[in-house]
Design a protein. Sequence first.
Length: 266
Amino acid sequence: MNCCFNGLTTVNIELTTRCNKNCWMCGRRKIEREYPEIAIEYGDMEFELVKSIAQQLPENIVVQFHDNGEPLLYEQFGEAVRLFNRQIRCMDTNGKLLVKKAGEIIDNLDTLTISTFEKDEEAEEQYKLIEEFLKIKKNRKPNVIIRCLGSMDLDRYKKLGCIIATRVLHSPMGSFKYKKNPTIPEIGICLDLLNHMVIKRDGKVSLCVRFDPRGLGVIGDCTKNPLVDIWNSPIRKERLKYHIEGKRKKIPLCSSCEFWGVPTGY
């Protein structure tokens, strides 16, 4: 009987697939324009499913409240996050609702990542919102990280007094065609596959957070099976075996992916 989440360090929970920003390098927007037949269906995770997930996950792992979509659009965001008080609570946001939802964020998350990117037409508005949020937050949680994608004026963001995490851009359609070669771990195994799990808003469980409009990385459904059984399932073990043997090309999602679970700075 499966009873352990051996190796699991991070779980992404897709509270919503809705988004309030139109980013030029977003794969989802490209899909909507050019391949509407596989466009992601917009919607929110049922709150009862959020509660079920919270009851199943082990303590002291990282729980991130995003995948596709802007998590602060989730109507019960604050309430959902409070369910995970045994874990390290984090999320990534575009920042549009930082001030409006400050009361649901402050002292309710451990870390908060705000994504910025090159050639963003809304960069000035976003910067002002970040400044205002930091004034409201003061020295309280969460610890704020500014994620800067692509070529940007880092000195400006450093003035905010936050951790700066630089990232290279890749193709909107997936984790390939990076502007800088991605970092490969010495063990030759994708670290995301070793320690990561993603729960989509409909309960589908995926290998990782790589862009996957066709659902090639889905390995189970937590509305039908316990998360621990999915983590220890034959399909996941098979995927891991291929990675260990250096045969990641045999896995549909991994075959076109150039990411190895190690974020690469710009």
